[in-house]
Design a protein around this ligand. Structure first.
Ligand code: IPM
Ligand code: MN
Length: 370
């Protein structure tokens, strides 16, 4: 298969983790005889430095011509004291999502048996969690009118059209039919008019999916239930802002936000990115966890309908973690740097290398393949 992939490393640890994602893509191309061509493009603070804008027109144009986008992260504390949100690096990803019409953000959250000790939840609560968040990505308060009034007050307007809700709702219901058949709509319908519209619209769509059980939760209660009963959730459907908040919260259950991938899909070129952000303190240290990016590459393979490729990547990641190998924040037996993790997963893919079974020899033996 021939695919053109836009690579947007961005800021902070973005370039480091994306480099590991590309290694994995190259390994997959090698093993399965695909042709992936990479187009490196600037975004975020990196683009502001060079071109004065967070999303240069060339970046957008090339992305539009590619089959998929591998995205790192954007954000730099240097821009924290800007008086307006408009010139910030974050606009790079926000404009890209909007311009490409990527209205659905998919964030799967699964706990890994070998990492349950890292979860802030008790093991019996954290085990077997398997949920996916469908977050609306191009509407709501993120993209509404915003500004300052002459009296110094500020505003951000939230608007949703029924059609914006329908299109993501259909995708979320479809996903629920392939999973455990449950969809939880999260909003604040007791207070917000937009949440009421979400409820009405989602109720209508639900008629086309009679096998899916639809439930409603208020956002405050949902935030609590995710911690108390995370296994109760299957597909969570929600708006842009609530989805942003709940996905960070849910990711914490797994023990590390460094493990969570995401896919953004819609009208234009789909985009795959880790959910962790630019983590500026770790930039250049080679300590960031590339697993979220590598698992985002697996989601890209799923999107290309390369299911075996996707499952090989997931298998290798899980295997390494089960063998006690991970980046520092995972506190496993063997600490690998970001680049070592990428090399290892790539080697496991191309060489059909299997990690040894005995824990005692693991550290040494694995180190020899790097
Ligand atoms: C995310 C990030 C972005 C968001 C930022 C970088 C604008 O937090 O992808 O979750 O808020 O959507
Ligand atoms: Mn976020």
């Amino acid at each position: 298969m021939d695919k053109k992939i836009a690579v947007l490393p961005g800021d902070g640890v973005g370039p480091e983790v994306v480099e590991q994602g590309v290694k994995v893509l190259e390994a997959i191309a090698d093993r399965f005889q695909h042709q992936f061509t990479f187009h490196y493009l600037d975004v975020g603070a990196a683009a502001i430095e060079k071109f004065g804008v967070p999303l240069p027109s060339n970046t957008l144009e090339v992305c539009q011509r590619c089959d998929a986008i591998l995205f790192g992260a954007v954000g730099d504390p240097k821009y924290d004291d800007l008086s307006s949100v408009q010139g910030r690096p974050e606009q790079g990803i926000l404009q890209l999502r909007k311009k490409l019409g990527l209205f659905t953000n998919i964030r799967p959250v699964r706990t890994v048996p070998s990492l349950l000790h890292l979860s802030p939840l008790k093991k019996e609560r954290a085990k077997n969690v398997d949920l996916v968040i469908y977050r609306e990505l191009t509407g709501g308060i993120y993209f509404g009118e915003k500004g300052r009034n002459p009296d110094g007050s500020a505003y951000d307007v939230t608007t949703y059209h029924a059609r914006e809700i329908e299109r993501i709702a259909r995708l979320a219901f479809k996903q629920a039919t392939k999973r455990r058949g449950k969809l939880t709509l999260v909003g604040k319908a007791s207070v917000l008019e937009t949440s009421l519209l979400w409820r009405e619209t989602v109720c209508k769509i639900s008629k086309q999916f009679p096998s899916v059980k639809l439930e409603f939760l208020h956002a405050d209660n949902a935030a609590m239930q995710i911690i108390l009963n995370p296994r109760e959730f299957d597909v969570i459907l929600t708006d842009n802002l609530i989805g942003d908040i709940l996905s960070d919260e849910a990711s914490a259950i797994t023990g590390s936000i460094g493990l969570l991938p995401s896919a953004s899909i819609g009208d234009g070129t789909p985009l795959f990115e880790p959910i962790h952000g630019s983590f500026p303190r770790a930039a250049g240290e080679d300590i960031a966890n590339p697993m979220a990016t590598i698992l985002s590459v697996a989601m890209m393979m799923d999107h290309f309908k390369l299911y075996e490729e996707a499952s090989v990547i997931r298998h290798k990641v899980r295997h390494a973690l089960e063998k006690g190998i991970g980046t520092a924040e995972l506190h496993l037996d063997t600490v690998y740097s970001c680049s070592q993790m990428g090399d290892m997963i790539a080697h496991l893919i191309t060489d059909h290398y299997e990690l040894p079974h005995s824990n005692s020899v693991m550290g040494e033996r694995v180190a020899t393949i790097i």
